[in-house]
Write a protein that binds this ligand. Structure first.
Ligand SMILES: Cc1ncc(COP(=O)(O)O)c(C=O)c1O
Length: 364
């Protein structure tokens, strides 16, 4: 039995007629930029997250840059960000003029902690980007208690729940990506920003539209970064199903636990109070690359997403030189994503687990 790394098409299949209707309606309506579906989705998504305001933007990377700009981040400022995350989390900082400052993670939750942030704070720290990595939740309240605004990079955490609310409502401002493989994925690029601060929301709307409030006077260097009307129409069909898919992801995680995978590798650890809708199911193993090869040979999807952490990427040389992040390096070396989707069955999880067991047995 082959088991794919993810399955985006099976959950969408029953929704095909609704999706086609939604797209047809956009064509009939003929309003392609910031039309009725964008404003409706903005409200529906903000409501889902538990935030007062939602603003659709072009993608999750723009969402981060615009969120930072809306917080007033600019030249001379520092923004703290983890290095063990998708490259865009840090890539979004230099375009504001600010400097990325990399912090370490908790090797179990794979998210930043208040201690790891505090260790690199300086008087120039203007904001912290925390990443709710793989669907887990970073401790936002503890970090904001340090006296610095938190941008939640929630690109991977749609559908996750937390004792203090959902990702998107935990910090000063939050960003999402609707890249097709995400927990809530569009049929192309898309992103959103949520916040409960009306002034910040207002600045975000202005910045995503060329830095103008009225398209007559341009007082700010902004962006042309809007959620597409067609993508918004699609996302409105999908959003009501997000919680069911999130439950499917949780169930898939339990299937791995029940199959005994935890006896063979380190399983991902939810942060206290978090019930992750696992976007990626990322295990750790001392010989992760050899395990990846064994899984590949058996037809099991796997991927080491961030083998080279961001502070060691060539483009970040000026910010990463001399930075020492032991937990980041360790997790970068040992992590491996294995199959995860809302429809991953107990049989598939058992198959993956048995392949890992055979690898472990052969290695003894
Ligand atoms: C953690 C994280 N941040 C930011 C992004 C950037 O989102 P996008 O690809 O929509 O620009 C992604 C995903 O692509 C991501 O996984």
């Amino acid at each position: 039995m082959t088991v794919p790394l993810f399955d985006t098409s099976t959950p969408l299949a029953p929704l095909r007629p609704q999706l086609l209707d939604a797209m047809t309606n956009v064509v009939d309506e003929g309003r392609y930029i910031l039309g009725p579906n964008v404003s409706a989705f903005e409200q529906e998504f903000a409501g889902y997250c538990g935030a007062a305001h939602g603003i659709g933007v072009g993608n999750g990377t723009d969402a981060l840059t615009i969120a930072l700009r809306a917080l007033g981040v600019g030249p001379g400022d520092e923004v703290i960000v983890p290095s063990f995350t998708f490259y865009a989390s840090a890539e979004a900082i230099p375009p504001t003029g600010a400097t990325p400052v990399f912090c370490d993670i908790d090797p179990d939750t794979m998210c930043v902690t208040a201690e790891s942030v505090k260790a690199v704070m300086t008087p120039r720290t203007k904001a912290v980007i925390v990443v709710h990595l793989f669907g887990n939740v970073a401790p936002v309240a503890e970090i904001e208690a340090l006296g610095v605004p938190v941008v939640e990079d929630a690109a991977q955490a749609a559908g996750t729940t937390y004792v203090g609310g959902r990702p998107g409502s935990l910090g000063t401002i939050a960003t999402f990506s609707f890249f097709p493989s995400k927990n809530l994925g569009a049929f192309g690029d898309g992103g959103a920003i949520t916040t409960s601060d009306a002034e910040i929301a207002d600045r975000v709307r202005m910045l995503r539209f060329h830095g103008s409030y009225d398209k007559v006077t341009y007082q700010h260097i902004g962006y042309n970064s809007r959620l597409d009307e067609l993508q918004a129409a699609i996302l409105r069909v999908l959003l009501p199903h997000l919680d069911d898919w999130a439950d499917g992801r949780r169930a898939a995680g339990r299937h791995y636990v029940d199959a005994g995978l935890g006896d063979l590798v380190s399983l991902p650890v939810p942060t206290d109070g978090a019930d992750p809708a696992w976007h990626l199911y990322v295990i750790k193993h001392e010989r992760a690359d050899e395990l990846a090869a064994a899984l590949k040979d058996a037809g099991v999807g796997q991927k080491a997403y961030y083998r080279v952490p961001i502070h060691r990427q060539p483009a970040m040389a000026q910010y990463g030189a001399g930075v020492e992040l032991p937990a980041t390096d360790e997790v970068a070396r040992t992590h491996l994503a294995i199959p995860m989707s809302p429809v991953l069955s107990a049989e598939q999880a058992a198959e993956v687990t048995e392949t890992v067991r055979a690898f472990a047995g052969a290695a003894v």
